[in-house]
Write a protein that binds this ligand. Structure first.
Ligand code: SF4
Length: 117
């Protein structure tokens, strides 16, 4: 079953939303190329400027999934999810992003990032 079809099938079940449907397909042994997007992904994507600053979590999830190349397999999408999330947890913090340690700093639109020392 294609990812979109599988997600639509899951999301008919009461209580299953977009994040859960992606998680079931990605985190299980199915390892399908469904990108799980949480608030870490949303914050990083908004700061970098690849999604609109006021985009909802749902809109971010749709946009970020649409950027995934079609030839990426489930493991690669899962790895992208993990990298994004860890960046949000360990560097691009909600309150005070540690921009001096950021590997994507030069591409980031976040206006408050300090200049390099
Ligand atoms: S430069 Fe700063 S705000 Fe931009 S992604 Fe990196 S840590 Fe986040």
């Amino acid at each position: 079953m294609p990812v979109r079809e599988a997600r639509d099938w899951l999301e008919v079940i009461p209580g299953i939303g977009a994040k859960t449907s992606a998680a079931v397909l990605s985190f299980s042994r199915l390892r399908m190329p469904a990108l799980v997007v949480d608030t870490h992904h949303q914050r990083v994507a908004q700061r970098i400027g690849i999604v609109p600053a006021k985009a909802s979590l749902e809109k971010c999830a749709l946009l970020l999934q649409s950027y995934i190349p079609e030839d990426w397999d489930g493991q690669r999408v899962y790895d992208a999810h993990q990298g994004y999330m860890r960046h949000g947890q360990q560097v691009c913090h909600w309150r005070s992003p540690d921009c001096s340690r950021c590997v994507v700093r030069e591409w980031c639109d976040y206006p408050d990032k300090p200049e390099p020392a």
